[in-house]
Every structure is written in C-alpha cells, then in structure tokens.
Design a protein around this ligand. Structure first.
Ligand SMILES: *Cc1c(COP(=O)(O)O)cnc(C)c1O
Length: 351
C-alpha cells in the first residue's frame, strides 16, 4: 500500500482563484517538488488561472513547466552565472522554440557577459536585501543598467525579502534607488497585503508579487496525506524490535505498527532527533514509556493521536508504537502530517 496525497480539487482551485482574483499581478511560483503537487500539475493550474507569467527556481525546471502546458513567460529565479551547462542548454532551447524565458541577473559582471553571449535576452536585475542571499548593492545599480544597455532588455527589478520582520522601509528604499537607475516594474516576495498596497502607492511603476506557499498550500483542508497499516505486532516486555533491536519501550507491552511511508517520502524531514523535544519526552514519560529521551513523535496518527516512532523511519516504511488496547488493523487508513514542500507521496489523488 502507499502514502497518498488527497487533493480536494474544488477547494484547492477556489483558493487559487481567490488569490489571483484579489491581485491579477500575482506571479505564481512553481519550483522544487511543485509544493507537493508536482511542477507539471502546477503549470497546468497556472494555465487554468490564465497567469501571463510564472517563476521557477532553476533553469532545469523550465522544461517541466512547458510539459505541464504553460506557454507564457517563465522567470528563472536563480541568478545566471557563467558556465552552467544546464542553464545554457535551456536558453538555447528557449531561443530555438521562441518560448519566453526571463533570466535573473545579480552581478554587474554577469550582465556584461550575458549582454555579449545572449543579446536580446530579457532580464530581471536582483537587488541585495537584508537576506544577504544574492543581488546587486545600490551603488552597483547604475553599472548593471549600463552593462545591459541596448543589448539586454530589463523587464524588472527583483526584491526578495526575509520572511520575518518589518521590511516595508527596506523595500521602499531599495525600490526607489532601483527605479531611479532604470524605470522598470518591481517584482517582490514576502510583503503582506498592506505593505504591498503601500509600496504600490509609493512607487511609480507596476509592482508584481511572487507567491508560492500561500497560493498552492494556503487553502485550508484542500489537501491531506494518508498512509496505511501494513502490519501489527503484539509485543511484550523484554522483546526487541527493528533494525536497531531496541527493547520494547513500554513495560506493559503493546503494539508495533508498521506503516507505509519513510524517508524517501519525506517522512520526518525535520530530523526526528533521538532527543525529541522536552515536551515530547515528558509526554512519553508520563505515558509510562521507558527511555523517553530516545523517542520521537511521528507524523502518523493512529486511534486519533500521533504516535511515537519505535526507531527512525526506514526508506519506505516506519515502525510506530501504539499502546495495547488501541484498535488498529492491517489495511487501516491513517492520517499523516506531511510538510508538502518536502513530501514525495506514492500517488496524488485529485478528488
Ligand atoms: C521561492 C521563492 C518565492 C516563493 O516563496 P513562498 O514563500 O513559497 O511564497 C518567492 N520569491 C523568490 C525569489 C523565491 O525564491
């Protein structure tokens, strides 16, 4: 049996529709594992939403977005660097097929190199923010614009802000310098609705907002994960179980429940450390479990609550501890709490 993602298609789409209807300048972000839905499927949704442009993380993701049926412009968020064969191949293919690709440029030297090698390419210039990831410093804005002059078409400035804190002033200052160097649209991430409104009032250019998580995963109850029980073993005190032959954790005995889903599905990607959290340890100890400090809470719910791992998850299965007396049987479907951006289910079922 399998670890399955169930999508309530109507609920999922009505959330997407609401996000886009609220702001037609939204740029859907499609990257990584496709926020749990897959890149191609999200590309199909972006087409359904009639988005004019989407953003991908890497050059290698452009092909999946095309395969998914999106024909509009695709912005590549990872900045161009010299000599990356995957990027160059993608740009060659885009040039041959005439499909619209916009590259991000974050260094003056790269603008110069691209102007030489790919005249006519559309680019977005990236501004360095307090994230300190990549981007041009304000004193470089004019040099970058000069490097592009007449050869690369600057279609915007990108400002990628940290997730936490108040960044409206930072965004305003950077945007003001950027627009002074070249009057082009702004593409921003991680401003809330109110901040975005203020920035739009302050700036003389279009401000587009890139959205991934909120667009695809913001609809509550639009998706859930299930797994199934493959085996149940009644065990008593003193028995040893699993790869690591650990002693049964409850002196009263209980049940080792084998469930579908392991590390390859992204189960427990947030590292279930042997230490677990203090709260988890206390819960485990209060429940009469031995060696509570070695137990980690699993994402699998059996009998209405999350259960502890017997040992770290295996590649495609996990062993969880369920006290005696809790009803559980082979074939039971159980809920799993997964972080969609790191999940790789066996199947995605649109319901
Ligand atoms: C991933 C990414 C986004 C989307 O972020 P979410 O938090 O998923 O909305 C936006 N902008 C940039 C530059 C990104 O890399």
């Amino acid at each position: 049996m399998s670890l399955v993602m169930h999508v309530d298609t109507a609920a999922w789409r009505s959330h997407q529709d609401a996000v886009l209807a609220g702001d037609r300048l939204t740029v859907p972000v499609i990257k990584g594992n496709g926020y749990g839905f897959g890149l191609e499927r999200l590309a199909g949704e972006a087409a359904r939403l009639t988005a004019d442009v989407v953003a991908v993380g890497t050059a290698g993701e452009v092909a999946a977005v095309r395969a998914g049926g999106f024909t509009g412009d695709v912005v590549v968020l990872t900045p161009w660097r010299p000599g990356d064969p995957i990027v160059e191949q993608m740009l060659d293919e885009a040039a041959q097929s005439g499909s619209g690709v916009i590259m991000t440029v974050s260094r003056v030297a790269d603008a110069q190199a691209l102007a030489e090698s790919r005249p006519g390419l559309r680019v977005i210039l990236e501004v360095l923010t307090s994230m300190l990831r990549f981007g041009l410093a304000p004193q470089e804005f004019r040099h970058a614009v000069t490097a592009c002059q007449d050869r690369l078409e600057i279609v915007g400035w990108t400002i990628h802000l940290p997730m936490t804190g108040e960044h409206l002033q930072e965004a305003t200052d950077l945007a003001t310098s950027a627009v002074a160097a070249c009057r082009a649209p702004l593409w921003v991430s991680h401003l809330d609705d109110d901040e975005l409104d203020v920035l739009r009032h302050r700036m003389p250019v279009t401000v587009r907002r890139r959205v991934g998580t909120h667009l695809w995963l913001g609809g509550t109850d639009a998706y859930r994960y299930t797994s199934s029980v493959t085996d149940v073993h009644q065990v008593s005190r003193g028995e040893r179980v699993g790869y690591w032959q650990r002693a049964v954790p409850d002196p009263r005995g209980g049940q080792v429940v084998v469930v579908d889903g392991g590390t390859s599905h992204g189960v427990a990607m947030s590292a279930p450390t042997p230490g677990a959290s203090v709260r988890q340890q206390l819960t485990a100890a209060a429940g009469g479990l031995l060696n509570a400090s070695r137990l980690a809470l699993s994402p699998f719910s059996v009998g209405g609550r999350k259960r502890f791992f017997v040992e770290p998850p295996h590649m495609q299965a996990s062993l969880v501890w369920v006290p005696g007396g809790v009803s559980v049987a082979v074939g039971d479907e159980i809920d799993v709490t997964m972080r969609a951006t790191t999940a790789t289910p066996d199947a995605i079922v649109l319901e």
